[in-house]
Design a protein around this ligand. Structure first.
Ligand code: HEM
Length: 216
Protein backbone atom coordinates (compact mmCIF):
# COMPACT_ATOMS: atom_id res chain seq x y z
CA UNK A 1 0.00 0.00 0.00
CA UNK A 2 2.86 2.32 0.92
CA UNK A 3 4.54 1.57 -2.43
CA UNK A 4 1.30 2.35 -4.31
CA UNK A 5 0.92 5.55 -2.32
CA UNK A 6 4.44 6.80 -2.97
CA UNK A 7 4.10 5.84 -6.64
CA UNK A 8 0.94 7.91 -6.99
CA UNK A 9 2.34 10.90 -5.14
CA UNK A 10 5.56 10.95 -7.18
CA UNK A 11 5.70 13.02 -10.34
CA UNK A 12 6.79 9.99 -12.42
CA UNK A 13 3.91 7.92 -11.01
CA UNK A 14 1.42 10.63 -11.95
CA UNK A 15 2.89 10.88 -15.45
CA UNK A 16 2.62 7.10 -15.94
CA UNK A 17 -0.99 7.16 -14.74
CA UNK A 18 -1.69 10.06 -17.10
CA UNK A 19 -0.20 8.13 -20.04
CA UNK A 20 -2.04 4.90 -19.26
CA UNK A 21 -5.44 6.55 -18.76
CA UNK A 22 -4.85 8.57 -21.96
CA UNK A 23 -4.04 5.43 -23.95
CA UNK A 24 -7.13 3.70 -22.53
CA UNK A 25 -9.31 6.65 -23.61
CA UNK A 26 -7.82 6.36 -27.11
CA UNK A 27 -9.08 2.78 -27.34
CA UNK A 28 -12.60 4.16 -26.65
CA UNK A 29 -12.16 6.60 -29.54
CA UNK A 30 -11.53 3.71 -31.96
CA UNK A 31 -14.75 1.97 -30.91
CA UNK A 32 -16.69 5.24 -30.97
CA UNK A 33 -15.48 6.33 -34.42
CA UNK A 34 -16.03 2.82 -35.88
CA UNK A 35 -19.64 2.69 -34.66
CA UNK A 36 -20.28 6.22 -35.89
CA UNK A 37 -19.21 5.21 -39.42
CA UNK A 38 -22.77 3.82 -39.69
CA UNK A 39 -23.82 7.46 -40.12
CA UNK A 40 -22.52 7.17 -43.69
CA UNK A 41 -24.88 4.30 -44.47
CA UNK A 42 -27.67 5.46 -46.72
CA UNK A 43 -30.57 3.95 -44.78
CA UNK A 44 -32.08 6.97 -43.01
CA UNK A 45 -30.22 6.15 -39.81
CA UNK A 46 -31.86 2.74 -39.24
CA UNK A 47 -28.53 0.92 -38.68
CA UNK A 48 -27.11 3.77 -36.60
CA UNK A 49 -30.15 3.85 -34.31
CA UNK A 50 -30.06 0.06 -33.89
CA UNK A 51 -26.37 0.27 -32.96
CA UNK A 52 -26.94 3.18 -30.61
CA UNK A 53 -29.90 1.42 -28.98
CA UNK A 54 -27.73 -1.66 -28.40
CA UNK A 55 -24.93 0.47 -26.92
CA UNK A 56 -27.26 2.25 -24.53
CA UNK A 57 -29.20 -0.80 -23.31
CA UNK A 58 -26.60 -3.59 -23.17
CA UNK A 59 -25.66 -4.25 -19.56
CA UNK A 60 -22.00 -5.00 -20.28
CA UNK A 61 -21.62 -1.80 -22.33
CA UNK A 62 -23.37 0.21 -19.60
CA UNK A 63 -20.91 -1.17 -17.03
CA UNK A 64 -17.93 -0.36 -19.27
CA UNK A 65 -19.41 3.13 -19.66
CA UNK A 66 -19.05 3.70 -15.89
CA UNK A 67 -15.37 2.67 -16.20
CA UNK A 68 -14.98 5.05 -19.14
CA UNK A 69 -16.30 8.01 -17.16
CA UNK A 70 -14.09 7.04 -14.21
CA UNK A 71 -11.04 7.03 -16.51
CA UNK A 72 -12.00 10.42 -17.99
CA UNK A 73 -12.28 11.90 -14.48
CA UNK A 74 -9.01 10.27 -13.37
CA UNK A 75 -7.21 11.60 -16.45
CA UNK A 76 -8.47 15.13 -15.72
CA UNK A 77 -7.67 14.87 -11.99
CA UNK A 78 -4.09 13.65 -12.50
CA UNK A 79 -3.62 16.29 -15.22
CA UNK A 80 -4.64 18.99 -12.75
CA UNK A 81 -2.38 17.54 -10.05
CA UNK A 82 0.59 17.55 -12.43
CA UNK A 83 -0.12 21.14 -13.48
CA UNK A 84 -0.26 22.35 -9.87
CA UNK A 85 2.86 20.37 -8.89
CA UNK A 86 4.77 21.89 -11.81
CA UNK A 87 3.62 25.37 -10.77
CA UNK A 88 4.83 24.79 -7.22
CA UNK A 89 8.21 23.62 -8.50
CA UNK A 90 8.72 26.81 -10.50
CA UNK A 91 11.42 29.14 -9.16
CA UNK A 92 9.89 31.49 -6.52
CA UNK A 93 10.85 34.63 -8.41
CA UNK A 94 9.58 33.13 -11.64
CA UNK A 95 7.78 36.32 -12.58
CA UNK A 96 11.18 37.55 -13.66
CA UNK A 97 11.27 34.72 -16.19
CA UNK A 98 9.34 34.92 -19.41
CA UNK A 99 6.54 32.36 -19.72
CA UNK A 100 8.41 30.68 -22.56
CA UNK A 101 11.34 29.95 -20.20
CA UNK A 102 9.22 28.24 -17.58
CA UNK A 103 6.77 26.22 -19.68
CA UNK A 104 7.53 24.48 -22.92
CA UNK A 105 5.45 25.10 -26.03
CA UNK A 106 4.36 21.44 -25.88
CA UNK A 107 3.00 21.67 -22.36
CA UNK A 108 1.14 24.90 -23.10
CA UNK A 109 -0.47 23.27 -26.17
CA UNK A 110 -1.41 20.27 -24.04
CA UNK A 111 -3.09 22.38 -21.37
CA UNK A 112 -4.93 24.66 -23.77
CA UNK A 113 -6.14 21.80 -25.97
CA UNK A 114 -7.11 19.80 -22.84
CA UNK A 115 -9.37 22.59 -21.58
CA UNK A 116 -10.99 23.09 -25.00
CA UNK A 117 -11.49 19.34 -25.59
CA UNK A 118 -13.11 19.14 -22.14
CA UNK A 119 -15.50 21.97 -23.07
CA UNK A 120 -16.26 20.10 -26.30
CA UNK A 121 -16.91 16.88 -24.34
CA UNK A 122 -19.33 18.57 -21.92
CA UNK A 123 -21.33 20.09 -24.80
CA UNK A 124 -21.17 16.80 -26.73
CA UNK A 125 -22.42 14.70 -23.81
CA UNK A 126 -25.19 17.19 -23.10
CA UNK A 127 -26.38 17.11 -26.73
CA UNK A 128 -26.41 13.34 -27.28
CA UNK A 129 -25.69 11.15 -24.28
CA UNK A 130 -27.71 13.15 -21.71
CA UNK A 131 -30.70 13.48 -24.10
CA UNK A 132 -30.81 9.71 -24.57
CA UNK A 133 -30.14 8.61 -21.00
CA UNK A 134 -32.14 11.18 -19.05
CA UNK A 135 -34.56 12.94 -21.39
CA UNK A 136 -35.86 9.92 -23.28
CA UNK A 137 -34.62 10.80 -26.80
CA UNK A 138 -35.28 7.69 -28.88
CA UNK A 139 -33.44 8.43 -32.13
CA UNK A 140 -29.79 9.47 -31.82
CA UNK A 141 -29.74 9.75 -35.61
CA UNK A 142 -32.43 12.45 -35.56
CA UNK A 143 -30.56 14.30 -32.82
CA UNK A 144 -27.38 14.16 -34.90
CA UNK A 145 -29.22 15.37 -38.04
CA UNK A 146 -30.75 18.29 -36.14
CA UNK A 147 -27.46 19.26 -34.49
CA UNK A 148 -25.36 19.10 -37.65
CA UNK A 149 -27.88 21.04 -39.73
CA UNK A 150 -26.68 24.01 -37.73
CA UNK A 151 -23.66 25.71 -39.29
CA UNK A 152 -22.24 26.94 -35.96
CA UNK A 153 -22.60 23.58 -34.24
CA UNK A 154 -20.96 21.86 -37.23
CA UNK A 155 -18.15 24.44 -37.26
CA UNK A 156 -17.65 23.95 -33.53
CA UNK A 157 -17.23 20.19 -34.05
CA UNK A 158 -14.71 20.63 -36.85
CA UNK A 159 -12.70 23.12 -34.76
CA UNK A 160 -12.86 20.77 -31.76
CA UNK A 161 -11.52 17.88 -33.85
CA UNK A 162 -8.55 20.06 -34.78
CA UNK A 163 -7.90 20.60 -31.06
CA UNK A 164 -8.39 16.90 -30.37
CA UNK A 165 -5.77 16.15 -33.03
CA UNK A 166 -3.32 18.54 -31.35
CA UNK A 167 -4.02 17.06 -27.93
CA UNK A 168 -3.54 13.51 -29.17
CA UNK A 169 -0.37 14.33 -31.15
CA UNK A 170 1.41 15.86 -28.17
CA UNK A 171 -0.21 13.41 -25.76
CA UNK A 172 1.18 10.45 -27.68
CA UNK A 173 4.65 11.96 -27.82
CA UNK A 174 4.80 12.55 -24.09
CA UNK A 175 3.12 9.22 -23.22
CA UNK A 176 5.71 7.24 -25.19
CA UNK A 177 8.50 9.29 -23.64
CA UNK A 178 7.12 8.69 -20.13
CA UNK A 179 6.69 4.97 -20.75
CA UNK A 180 10.25 4.80 -22.11
CA UNK A 181 9.29 3.39 -25.50
CA UNK A 182 10.33 6.39 -27.57
CA UNK A 183 13.43 5.97 -29.75
CA UNK A 184 13.26 2.22 -29.31
CA UNK A 185 13.49 -0.43 -32.06
CA UNK A 186 9.75 -0.05 -32.52
CA UNK A 187 9.96 3.58 -33.61
CA UNK A 188 8.33 3.06 -37.02
CA UNK A 189 5.41 1.07 -35.59
CA UNK A 190 4.93 3.66 -32.84
CA UNK A 191 4.94 6.50 -35.38
CA UNK A 192 2.35 4.77 -37.59
CA UNK A 193 0.23 3.91 -34.55
CA UNK A 194 0.28 7.46 -33.22
CA UNK A 195 -0.37 8.93 -36.71
CA UNK A 196 -3.53 6.79 -36.99
CA UNK A 197 -4.71 8.16 -33.67
CA UNK A 198 -3.90 11.82 -33.89
CA UNK A 199 -4.55 12.28 -37.62
CA UNK A 200 -6.93 9.65 -39.02
CA UNK A 201 -9.36 9.45 -36.07
CA UNK A 202 -10.02 13.22 -35.75
CA UNK A 203 -10.40 13.42 -39.57
CA UNK A 204 -12.98 10.62 -39.52
CA UNK A 205 -14.84 12.30 -36.65
CA UNK A 206 -14.76 15.67 -38.45
CA UNK A 207 -15.98 14.12 -41.71
CA UNK A 208 -19.27 13.10 -40.03
CA UNK A 209 -20.67 16.59 -39.28
CA UNK A 210 -19.37 17.78 -42.67
CA UNK A 211 -21.11 14.91 -44.48
CA UNK A 212 -24.39 15.44 -42.62
CA UNK A 213 -24.30 19.22 -43.03
CA UNK A 214 -23.73 18.94 -46.79
CA UNK A 215 -26.43 16.29 -47.23
CA UNK A 216 -29.10 17.76 -45.01
C1 HEM B 1 -18.80 13.61 -35.18
C2 HEM B 1 -18.33 13.13 -34.12
C3 HEM B 1 -19.14 12.43 -33.05
C4 HEM B 1 -20.44 11.97 -33.06
C5 HEM B 1 -21.45 12.04 -34.20
C6 HEM B 1 -20.70 11.40 -31.76
C7 HEM B 1 -21.91 10.85 -31.35
C8 HEM B 1 -22.19 10.39 -30.08
C9 HEM B 1 -23.46 9.88 -29.64
C10 HEM B 1 -24.70 9.77 -30.52
C11 HEM B 1 -23.34 9.53 -28.34
C12 HEM B 1 -24.43 8.94 -27.42
C13 HEM B 1 -24.29 7.43 -27.42
C14 HEM B 1 -25.27 6.75 -26.50
O1 HEM B 1 -26.36 7.24 -26.26
O2 HEM B 1 -24.90 5.68 -26.02
C15 HEM B 1 -21.98 9.81 -27.94
C16 HEM B 1 -21.46 9.56 -26.68
C17 HEM B 1 -20.18 9.87 -26.29
N1 HEM B 1 -19.21 10.47 -27.06
FE1 HEM B 1 -19.40 10.97 -29.01
N2 HEM B 1 -19.57 11.49 -31.00
C18 HEM B 1 -18.59 12.13 -31.74
C19 HEM B 1 -17.30 12.44 -31.34
C20 HEM B 1 -16.79 12.24 -30.07
C21 HEM B 1 -15.45 12.58 -29.64
C22 HEM B 1 -14.40 13.21 -30.55
C23 HEM B 1 -15.33 12.21 -28.33
C24 HEM B 1 -14.17 12.35 -27.40
C25 HEM B 1 -13.25 13.28 -27.47
C26 HEM B 1 -16.60 11.63 -27.93
C27 HEM B 1 -16.87 11.16 -26.67
C28 HEM B 1 -18.08 10.60 -26.28
C29 HEM B 1 -18.33 10.05 -24.96
C30 HEM B 1 -17.33 9.99 -23.81
C31 HEM B 1 -19.64 9.58 -24.98
C32 HEM B 1 -20.39 8.93 -23.81
C33 HEM B 1 -20.04 7.48 -23.71
C34 HEM B 1 -20.95 6.60 -24.49
O3 HEM B 1 -21.98 6.23 -23.97
O4 HEM B 1 -20.65 6.22 -25.65
N3 HEM B 1 -17.46 11.67 -29.01
N4 HEM B 1 -21.31 10.34 -29.01
Amino acid sequence: MKIVNSFLTSSVGKKILMSLTGLFLCSFLIIHVSGNLLLFKNDNGVSFDLYSHFMSTNLIIRTIEIGLFAFILLHIYVGLLLTFTNRKLRPKNYKKYKLSETTTFESRIMRLSAVLVLIFLIIHLRTFWFEARFLGATSQYKLILTSFSNLYYTGFYIFSMLLLAMHLKHGFQSAFQTLGIKNSNYNTIINIFSFIFWFIIPILFASMPIYIFLNK
